[in-house]
Design a protein around this ligand. Structure first.
Ligand SMILES: *Cc1c(COP(=O)(O)O)cnc(C)c1O
Length: 486
């Protein structure tokens, strides 16, 4: 365990220490005091730490060792798909022909980069079954918003201004109602039934001539596949609304089912989840949007086209909703996703879904005795447990998550989804070995026993981390982010 009293770099500083050695000056020295205009002379020199190179290396290496990432251990953060990021992606992203491209370079001079983007679109069209893809959106939520703006433009192009509502199931990802609101719609909730799936009767009740779209997270945030999709499509399309597929977690169905074949009009993918973009710390991401033929005119511009053996940007799109991102998307994340798709191939991507679903079901069945499992059917890529039994013994899900830190694990997502009491949302991902899954299962069972025999040890966790139990609200609302001299 790292030392609790790890000094700040300022505290390690000793006047006069340096970590560089410059060659002797071989030009006349510049007399700053006398030759530089007064206004340019710094009155209060910056207080920079002074350290040797070795001390700097130890300082930052020490800090990096305190970090937790998917390369350091198991990271079952439900809905976030913290799967392994293959290192070949990094090699390809660093190829100079890609990494040195200027975003404003004439497309004629970067045909290889343009071709890569075009081929990625083609692959994603095949994977989703959609008519066209835009790679511009920078994240899942951004993709949702982009698609909703297209749906709005579509309705307005038909003179249909009354469609002000977007229907969102209570089992949707939290970004769905937020995106609907930001796109200017009113989000209307549709309830789940006792199986955790969209309640069709409730859907029929809320759908109407003011419905712009239904946003469906599938598998939903309970990790369950919505089985009545075709009925839902009929209900929503029958009322003139569009169907939106939140495909952030496509590793549950990739190679087996396609939103386009299910009748969806728009879908977004999270390339930083399913397609291995590293996304710790919030980004950068890529949330491409796929659309049906009817929505193609409204795609963000420019659109990449392949004509006369050339890859070009088409700006001549009169009905486009406009640009949604400077340059053309997060190029390097798109490149990593492209590398991943080419590495895996069609059969490989199918295997991804198989293992993602197998791993989640294996873990779920091993844990269903130690924790409550609110929904009994097989899950897809993730599952939701409830800590309500442990809560009766005075231990909350938050305590269980903190205790996991003592065992060296990143905890699962907790208190989401909201429709399960004391929820824990576990997503093992397809890239973990059986030994890793078993290690986590054993630890979860150990903690469940501790709750019965020795609840204080869980309630007071973590015991072995650098930072102990925090006041989470203060840490989030009033973080101290800069060094202040004592
Ligand atoms: C992660 C996720 C999102 C949001 O994606 P961001 O890239 O974080 O904006 C949306 N829907 C689902 C189902 C997700 O898992």
């Amino acid at each position: 365990m790292a030392n609790q009293d790890f000094p700040l770099i300022f505290e390690r500083s000793k006047e006069g220490r340096t970590s560089y050695s410059l060659p002797d000056l071989d030009v006349p020295a510049y007399d700053i005091e006398n030759e530089l205009e007064e206004a340019y002379i710094r009155k209060n020199p910056a207080e920079l730490p002074e350290l040797s190179e070795l001390d700097i290396m130890r300082h930052y290496t020490g800090l990096s060792n305190r970090n937790y990432g998917v390369d350091s251990g198991f990271y079952p953060l439900g809905s976030c798909t913290m799967k392994y990021n293959p290192k070949i992606n990094e090699d390809v992203a660093r190829l100079e022909g890609f990494s040195h491209v200027h975003p404003y370079q004439d497309p004629n001079t970067v045909q290889g980069a343009m071709e890569m983007l075009y081929d990625l679109q083609t692959a994603l069209k095949e994977i989703t079954g959609m008519h066209e893809i835009s790679l511009q959106s920078a994240a899942g939520a951004h993709g949702e918003w982009t698609a909703l703006m297209m749906i709005r433009a579509y309705h307005e192009a038909n003179g249909d201004y009354a469609r002000t509502k977007v229907i969102v199931p209570d089992s949707a990802h939290g970004t769905n109602p937020a995106s609907a609101a930001v796109a200017g719609f009113e989000a209307v909730t549709v309830k789940s039934n006792e199986n955790g799936l969209v309640d069709l009767e409730d859907l029929k009740r809320v759908v109407g001539p003011d419905t712009a779209a239904l946003m469906l997270t599938n598998p939903n945030t309970l990790g369950l596949f919505e089985t009545e999709i075709l009925e839902m499509a009929d209900i929503v399309h029958g009322a003139g609304g569009k169907l939106y597929y939140d495909g952030a977690n496509l590793n549950a169905i990739m190679g087996y089912a396609r939103p386009g074949d299910m009748g969806f009009d728009a879908v977004h993918l999270n390339l930083h989840k399913t397609f291995t973009g590293p996304h710790g710390g919030g980004g950068p991401g890529s949330g491409p949007v796929g659309v049906s033929e009817e929505l193609v005119p409204f795609l963000p511009k420019p659109v990449i086209v392949h004509k006369d053996d050339k890859y070009m940007f088409d700006y001549d799109r009169p009905q486009s909703i406009g640009r949604v991102k400077p340059y053309y998307g997060n190029f390097a994340i798109n490149l990593r996703a492209y590398t991943y798709i080419r590495t895996m191939g069609a059969e490989g991507l199918k295997k991804v879904s198989e293992y993602a679903v197998l791993n989640a079901n294996y873990m779920m069945r091993k844990l269903e005795k130690a924790y409550d499992l609110p929904f009994q059917q097989h899950c897809k890529h993730e599952f939701v447990l409830s800590g309500r039994r442990q809560k009766k013994l005075g231990v909350r899900t938050l305590d269980i998550a903190k205790r996991l830190l003592d065992f060296g694990y990143h905890p699962p997502t907790i208190y989401f989804p909201l429709n399960v009491e004391e929820s824990m949302m576990v997503e093992p991902t397809e890239t973990e070995s059986k030994e890793t899954l078993d290690g986590f299962i054993d630890t979860m069972i150990t903690i469940a026993k501790e709750v019965e025999d020795n609840p204080e040890v869980v309630q007071e966790a973590p015991h072995h981390t650098i930072v102990k139990r925090m006041d989470e609200t203060t840490a989030a609302r009033k973080p101290i982010l800069r060094y202040e001299k004592a």
